[in-house]
Design a protein around this ligand. Structure first.
Ligand code: PPS
Length: 308
């Protein structure tokens, strides 16, 4: 009850502040749209010095990054919930290509100051990842989500997050996506680029839909990749504490304090399901997207499950 009242207060305050914020500005690095602040500091990001024991969680935006981040943090802390609630997820695991915007968001400067071992987050396409991650042979977990749900989630996120461009109507956004004019670039290039890279680098490539269908199995995969060995009851505890309902209520994972986000427009943990796209895509859009998917995925062994 007290938590609910506190959350309510945070929402009202942030809604007022949100109304005063302007949408961010954007530019490009090697043809990839990124926030202008990030492009202006690109040398700093490109020259980031990774360390051999860094763990990187990489993804296209809205693919299940936060979910994976929380699973990883709980595994690293042997399922200890109190330890994982030490700070909001965006402070525990700095966002590599983030030039600090708000007090509760850690970016590249915080990553540089953080003691090892560090866990970092990125949405960069594989070709823009700072070379030191490859040189130091860092472990990377890449999480991918089927494009239709991924893009619907991204659309609602752009509506509620002033750090990103206003997406306009869904129909307008759909065209923007097909033209590849989205921040962090085309979904197709992103998932395919990272998929290819896993043949020559320690990358655990996982899928949102698999975590949804068998969370314990995917959590075990992550645990093994991290070189940990947790008991069954600890794994069960991690499954429970990273379920959608628990994470949505958890102030350390729900981004409720983030003033650039207006949760009344769309919550950060919005629906968390497979197949929500069926409510958003028109029949014509679905047909058009399927054609685009076939064309763009013809040169990869990668495939996605889009059905619940
Ligand atoms: S971000 O901003 O790029 O880091 O966003 P990201 O965390 O990648 O993606 C947010 C979407 O993931 C859903 N989510 C979950 N789904 C199921 N279970 C759990 N525990 C969970 N945690 C986050 C979240 O609801 C967003 O998807 P949509 O479809 O919008 O609900």
């Amino acid at each position: 009850m007290v938590e609910e009242m506190a959350n309510d207060k945070v929402e009202k305050t942030s809604e007022l502040q949100w109304g005063l914020l302007c949408r961010g500005e954007f530019s490009q690095v090697n043809g990839i749209i990124l926030q202008k602040k990030v492009c202006d500091c690109w040398d700093k990001i490109w020259n980031f010095q990774a360390k051999p024991d860094d763990l990187l969680i990489a993804s296209y935006p809205k693919a299940g990054t936060t979910w994976t981040q929380e699973i990883v943090d709980l595994i690293q802390n042997d399922g200890d919930i109190e330890k994982s609630r030490r700070a909001p997820i965006q402070l525990r695991q700095p966002f590599l290509e983030c030039i600090k915007m708000t007090k509760i968001f850690a970016g590249i400067d915080e990553a540089n100051m953080m003691p090892s071992p560090r866990t970092l987050k990125t949405h960069l396409p594989v070709q823009l990842l700072p070379p030191s991650f490859w040189e130091e042979n860092c472990k990377i977990i890449y999480v991918a989500r089927n494009p239709k749900d991924n893009l619907v989630s991204y659309y609602h996120f752009q509506r509620m997050n002033k750090l990103l461009p206003d997406p306009g109507s869904w129909d307008e956004y759909f065209e923007t996506v097909l033209a590849g004019n989205v921040v962090w670039g085309s979904w197709f290039d992103h998932v395919k680029g990272w998929w290819k890279k896993k043949d020559s680098h320690p990358i655990l490539y996982i899928f949102y839909e698999d975590i949804m269908k068998d969370p314990k199995c995917e959590i075990r995969k992550i645990m093994e990749f991290l070189g940990k060995n947790l008991k069954e009851d600890v794994l069960d505890k991690i499954v429970y504490n990273t379920s959608f309902d628990i994470m949505k209520k958890n102030p350390m994972t729900n981004y409720l304090n983030e003033i650039t986000m207006n949760h009344n427009l769309s919550p950060f943990l919005r629906k968390g399901i497979i197949g929500d796209w069926k409510k958003q895509f028109t029949e014509a859009q679905n047909k058009q997207f399927n054609e685009c998917y076939e064309k763009n995925m013809a040169d990869t062994s990668l495939s996605f499950c889009m059905e619940p």
